[in-house]
Design a protein around this ligand. Structure first.
Ligand code: FES
Length: 117
C-alpha cells in the first residue's frame, strides 16, 4: 500500500498494473477486491473506470478506445473514460471512475475514494 498525503488527508492507493501493460487502443482489466475496473491510457495520462457495461454487462475495456472514448464490444455503446458518461450526455448517472497515480513504472488506484461525477 502506498501512503500519500498528510495524516489529516491520508489516502490509500493500491498498485494494479505497470504502465507498460496498458494497450494502445484498448483498456486493461484489473480487479481490486470485488471490483472489475478498466485502465486506459489517454494522452500522457491514465483513467480508471468501472469495467462492466450498464447495458448488458460486457467488459468495456475489450472495446476500441479512440481518444478518450471506449466503444463497448457488446452492442456499441460509447463512454468517455474521463467522465464516465456517454459523449453528449450530462444528465445520466456516470460510470464510477477512480483516481490514478503514477509511481515510477506502476499505476495505483484508490477504490475507496471514487472521483466525483
Ligand atoms: S453490453 Fe455494452 S452495449 Fe450492450
Amino acid at each position: 500500500m502506498l501512503q500519500i498525503g498528510t495524516q489529516e488527508t491520508f489516502v490509500a492507493f493500491k498498485r494494479v498494473a505497470a504502465v507498460t501493460e496498458i494497450p494502445e487502443s484498448r483498456g486493461l482489466r484489473v480487479r481490486v477486491g470485488e471490483l472489475e475496473i478498466g485502465l486506459y491510457r489517454v494522452g500522457e495520462g491514465y483513467c480508471a473506470m468501472d469495467n462492466v457495461c450498464p447495458h448488458a454487462g460486457y467488459p468495456l475495456c475489450d472495446g476500441e478506445l479512440e481518444d478518450s472514448t471506449i466503444m463497448c464490444p457488446g452492442h456499441g455503446w460509447v463512454f468517455d473514460v474521463q467522465t464516465g458518461l456517454a459523449p453528449g450526455e450530462v444528465e445520466e448517472t456516470p460510470l464510477v471512475r477512480y483516481p490514478v497515480r503514477i509511481e515510477g513504472d506502476d499505476l495505483w488506484i484508490d477504490v475507496d475514494e471514487p472521483l466525483k461525477p
